[in-house]
Design a protein around this ligand. Structure first.
Ligand code: KIV
Length: 270
């Protein structure tokens, strides 16, 4: 059974994010990296699908997202876009595809919209990304910001840590809002800080490890479906145990092939 999506039958737009905030309706965002998972997320009624650079960890097997390239993101984002009928599709600009200059950011984001046909891009950083966000928005590319724990600065931050400097969080999020972003991800910040910030911002906050006071939530699909067997952060809830299900199915397949019970007569051509 699928959950009932919010009233919208038409495709979700960035303007709907603003409407959801003003109506107090929670926004649901989930990551996906390929056609079948994106199709399922869309059919379940999520508001947006994020092609995250968490791709590096959950699909490519790296310990962080730093090695993900723009071409890889374009490849995965294209698969997601082709699967989706209703949700807003947002793609991460990966590490070093936008930090070098505004010109580089325009080129990378432009390719995302033209080649992968996503609707919006996400990039990390508050005050330091203000100019880039402003320019992208000026030319008509919707941008989602990302502040708090910014995984592309993993080494500078000294690891995946809760970000407790509320003043910095506020300045970063206000910079993102002022630059014209349509929403901002708050990652790994204390719930009370996220709640106060959410009340202060006009744009919706999408939390991950930021408590229930945000305007919406985002989770990595592999985490929420119980597909990932690595470290499970405190903020992750596994809503299913697909890893267990898949292991059971694969073990049964191995056993039946070895015993000679699969294929059975009904699987044979006469
Ligand atoms: O890459 C990603 O999946 C993300 C989310 C965790 C917000 O940026």
């Amino acid at each position: 059974m699928t959950s009932q999506p919010p009233s919208l039958e038409r495709p979700v737009t960035v303007a709907d994010f603003q409407t959801a905030k003003s109506q107090g309706r929670k926004l649901v965002v989930v990551t996906a990296y390929d056609f079948p998972m994106a199709r399922l997320c869309d059919q379940a009624g999520v508001d947006a699908i994020l092609v995250g650079d968490s791709l590096g960890m959950v699909v490519q097997g790296y310990p962080d997202c730093l090695s993900v390239t723009l071409d890889q993101m374009l490849y995965h984002a294209g698969m997601v876009s082709r699967a989706v009928r209703r949700a807003l599709v947002i793609a991460d600009l990966p590490f070093m595809s936008y930090q070098a200059s505004v010109r580089q950011a325009l080129s990378s984001a432009g390719r995302m919209l033209k080649e992968a046909r996503v609707h919006a891009v996400k990039l990390e950083g508050g005050q330091r990304s203000r100019k880039t966000i402003r320019r992208l928005v000026e030319i008509g590319i919707p941008v989602m910001g990302h502040v708090g724990l910014t995984p592309q600065s993993y080494h500078a931050l000294g690891g995946y840590r809760v970000q407790r400097d509320e003043n910095r969080l506020i300045e970063d999020a206000l910079a993102v809002e002022e630059a014209g972003a349509f929403a901002v991800v708050l990652e790994c910040v204390p719930a009370e800080s996220a709640r106060r910030l959410t009340a202060r911002l006009r744009i919706p906050t999408i939390g991950i490890g930021a408590g229930a006071g945000c305007d919406g939530q985002v989770l990595v699909s592999h985490d929420l479906l119980g597909l990932h067997d690595g470290f499970k952060p405190r903020f992750v809830k596994a809503f299913a145990d697909l890893r267990g299900e898949i292991l059971r199915a694969l073990s049964t397949y191995c056993r039946e092939v070895r015993e000679g019970t699969f294929p059975a007569p009904e699987h044979e051509f006469k």
